[in-house]
Each structure stands twice: as C-alpha cells, then as structure tokens.
Write a protein that binds this ligand. Sequence first.
Ligand SMILES: Cc1ncc(C[n+]2csc(CCOP(=O)(O)OP(=O)(O)O)c2C)c(N)n1
Ligand SMILES: [Mg+2]
Length: 360
Amino acid sequence: MPISAISMDESLAKLEEFKRDVMQELKAPPELAVEDQLEIYRKMALIREFDTNVKDLWKQNFIYGLAHAYLGAEAVAVGACTALKKGDYITSTHRGHGHVIAMGGDVKKMMSELMGKADGYCKGKGGSMHIASVDDGMLGATGIVGSGMPIAVGSALSAQVLKKDYVTICFHGDGGTNQGIWHESLNMASVWNLPVIFLCENNQWAISLPYEKASKNPIVADRAIGYGIPGVTVDGFNPFAVYSAVRDAAARARKGEGPTLIEARYYRYIGHFVADDERYRDTTTNNPWAEQMDPLKRMREYLVKSGIADESKVDAVYSSAAKEVQEAIEHAKAAPEPSPDTLYNDIYSPEFTQKFGGDL
Ligand SMILES: Cc1ncc(C[n+]2csc(CCOP(=O)(O)OP(=O)(O)O)c2C)c(N)n1
Ligand SMILES: [Mg+2]
C-alpha cells in the first residue's frame, strides 16, 4: 500500500481535537417539539438508508454514473434545512442526496433518477449529480465544485431586489472554499448584504487531500473575517448545533444584515464516492470516527436517554424510513426507461425553444 495520507496517530489526534474544540452536546433548543426532533431523526435515517443502498445498487449495476454518499453528514443537511421556512432555497453540491431529502424531496423520484428511469427528477437523464427539486426549494446539485455558489448569490440577490424575505443556503465542501468563485461569492454577498448562508460541510477531505494540506489555517470559519461577516464553527455530527447556527444566520439575513459563514465540521469516514477504494489512506484510520461520532447513533442515544421517545418508538421511526427506501428501490426497478425519442427533449428551457424555435 502507498504511504497513507494519514496515520492512525494523526487520526486519533484529530478526533481528540474535534472532541475538545468542536463537539457540542446534543440538546434540542426549546422551540423544537418532540415531533420535530423525531422528524429530524426520520430524515437522517432516510438519508442513511438511501445512500447505504445506493452503494450496493451501484455495485450491482442498477445505478449509472457516479454517486457521492452523504453518510456521516446526515446531521448537517437535516439540521440546516429544519431551520428554514417554506419558500427558502438551497443550492447543493456533488454530494447532494442528503440535501434533497432534507428539503422534503421524494425518494422514489430520486431513486428513479439514479437508475436512469423516465419518472426520475430529470426524467432519467441527469443522475445523482443533477437532481433539482425547485418546488421544494432545492435549486440543484452540481458536479462542478463551486458552481452552486454564484447561483446561491443570485437567488439571494433576487430576494433583495424583489423585497422578499426568503434566504438561501449555499452548501459546499471544504475543497470548494479554495475555488476562486467562493471568494467572489462571499465578497459580493457581503458588500451587498445579501440574505445567503454559506454552509461549509468541512469533512476534512477533498477526495485524497486533507484540508490542512490545502489551507494553512484549518479553521474555515476564520475566513469570514476577510469579508467582514460572522463566521462560526459547529459540530457537524450534531443536528441541533447546525440547526441553531442556521436559525440565527437566517434571522440575521432576513433582517437585511447579510451573509454568515457556517463551518459544520465532520469527518468523511467513508470513501469519496461509490467506487473509491481509498488508496490514499489506511481505511482503519476511519474507524474511530465512525465508532464514536456516527450522527445516527448519537441522535438515537440522545432521543432515548433524554426521554423524548423510548427505544421501540425510535426504532419504529428508523424502520419506517428504511421501508420507504425499499419501496423506492422496488418502484425505481420497475419504472420504465425514457423513450429514445425523448433524447433531445428538455435540453433548453421551454422559454428558449419558444423564442428560437426548432425541434429541441
Ligand atoms: C471544478 C472542479 N474541479 C475538480 C473537480 C473534481 N472533484 C470532484 S469532488 C472534488 C472534491 C471536493 O471536495 P469538497 O469540496 O471538500 O467536497 P466533499 O467531496 O469533501 O464533500 C473534486 C476535486 C470537480 N468536480 N470540479
Ligand atoms: Mg470535503
């Protein structure tokens, strides 16, 4: 095996540092009722079940193209989107399944899309990295790192121009913070006080590159200083920590006080994408994180210990999510393929085809 990008000692030291500086106790803020907390757990379970199955289905050739799992990150999207109101928007990344589910997307349409079926979100022609569900406020996943950022800024600008109070979350990775467009987006949003929240999902890796080798300062939130906006680091394995940070940032944005940078730090203890054999690291270095930080395990333990629900109730919530995903898989397997004569449909917007004509 080639030299690992991280040794076991380094991984354990990072974990200890995380526990000391970033980890926050799971404790729901008072405005989240029992049903809200169980709904958070249900959505996290849906993401867990969806993406665990995606990997197996991809290996069995049911899924085309690539897919990047949101496993281990469930608390980020669900915590963040729970703090949004109907009418708010998000932009996504290449790791977008969790974002769609957190915004209330339909797992049947998602699974159909991944299997290239006609009733998928993009009629089977987009796949994992192109799911958009505009009616749910999800403006789209994208395979190009950083390309959601200017869309989020544009969405926030539209709210300002139209005098509406919707906010937009721009989800992106730690790797994305080193794209030029990240700096341009933060700067423009900051000088124009746009209602956008930059939510960095800092999983400490960009494919094979550890974040501290890509940035001399490993704290993403510190970069907010350069744009004169608030920056905060929260425990990305903890949905309530992410929820609270987004709730406060959204309130600020709706008051016209501009953007916030939130760094939700977690750790990618799975492969970068479904086919990643992780040759760049010794995979046993992932285990301490998976064992000690798994957000589903932490959430389940919290719900039971704090008396929110007993074990059987919590497990029933999980099982219903698992069943929903199994039904989505069966549905997608049986769904029809797109017909070849639709190959050139939906390439341009209806407005474009109406204006310029043609059989596109
Ligand atoms: C512009 C661009 N450059 C490179 C890539 C290849 N690529 C895909 S994902 C990725 C890493 C992204 O890392 P990060 O933003 O931290 O997100 P993560 O995968 O860790 O969630 C790269 C370099 C790409 N898709 N787009
Ligand atoms: Mg990353």
